[in-house]
Design a protein around this ligand. Structure first.
Ligand SMILES: [Cu+2]
Length: 310
């Protein structure tokens, strides 16, 4: 490691220290993001009292965009809720005693509205009281202001796009779920196709090929380890789907290889295509084009990424 690099690492480490000691001082949400339409457990972390005094109450306003809010009771604290149109609109835990040098969590179970805009942030203004002293965590960033520049920021929840529902195609006793293609940036001439197939019948069938308008050939491939190298090979007889089985075609495993592409596959496009089975014959499907780096169907990641700030 050269000197400049180690300096860079050192200053990055210092920056992290500074940021974490700042964020530690605020009342924060344990999980600061959730998908539209998803259930959400809001865990408010209270790291200290007010100017050295013990916390005796915590009031949380439930913002628009959050429905069905229900507080979790806490031993030693009295709960009070104000009912809104969709669940509680204001929740107060009071009468407790949380010393300044101790830490606690206050929990609300709720749901993010389907209509909450992905990419937006909703804020939960929180008022922490310590006897007659209060700390109002109620500042919401105006446009152009970073939440990190605020002195007393309200805890924010970032709204993520709703998880996409699986797309299912049926052909006899076969069920084909969420066909997708990987985008081909940089003019690649081959593209991977992925999907899962379930055989709900009593006879085996076989996926023997596939077609999309921009490719002459859609072959069924298998990835396997060969002398420590990942290799792929064509399965000339296709891929068997036994009765009662689900076969997944996914990056790093079985896949359809669309060869000699005459057009790039662009993320977000929806492409009509066909799958060919030995018994079920030709089946019309649509492929959604996901990102180049995707490892599962676009939008299928229902679990929001967990971000913990300690
Ligand atoms: Cu391949």
């Amino acid at each position: 490691m050269n000197n400049r690099k180690s300096l860079g690492v050192l200053s990055a480490a210092l920056l992290t220290l500074v940021i974490s000691s700042q964020t530690q001082a605020h009342v924060l949400l344990e999980t600061p993001q959730a998908a539209a339409g998803a259930s959400y457990k809001a865990v408010f972390r209270v790291p200290h009292g007010c100017h050295g005094k013990a916390t005796t109450s915590l009031k949380v306003d439930i913002p628009e965009g959050i429905a069905g809010a229900k507080p979790m009771p806490k031993a030693g604290w009295t709960l009070m809720t104000v009912k809104g149109a969709k669940g509680a609109s204001e929740i107060t835990w009071s009468g407790g005693n949380l010393p300044d040098d101790e830490y606690d969590e206050f929990v609300v179970s709720a749901r993010v509205n389907d209509s909450a805009a992905p990419g937006s942030t909703v804020y939960f203004p929180v008022v922490q009281s310590c006897g007659d002293d209060t700390m109002a965590w109620t500042e919401v960033p105006r446009p152009g202001v970073m939440a990190s520049d605020l002195k007393m920021p309200a805890p924010g929840l970032k709204i993520l796009a709703a998880a996409a529902a699986p797309v299912t195609f049926k052909a006899g006793s076969l069920e084909i779920v969420t066909p997708w293609l990987r985008a081909t940036p940089g003019g690649a001439k081959v593209g991977g196709g992925y999907l899962s197939i379930t055989n709900k019948g009593s006879d085996p069938d076989r996926l023997t090929g596939a077609a999309i308008p921009f490719s002459q050939k859609g072959a069924i491939h298998e990835m396997s380890m060969d002398n420590g190298m990942m290799r792929m090979r064509e399965l000339p007889d296709g891929l068997e789907i036994k009765p009662g089985e689900t076969v997944e075609l996914k990056p790093g495993g079985y896949h359809i290889m669309f060869e000699d592409l005459t057009q790039p596959l662009k993320q977000g496009d929806v492409i009509e295509g066909t799958l060919t089975f030995a018994k079920a014959g030709k089946v019309n499907v649509t492929f959604k084009v996901g990102g180049f780096g995707d490892v599962s169907a676009p939008g299928a990641a229902a679990e929001p990424m967990q971000m913990h700030m300690h």
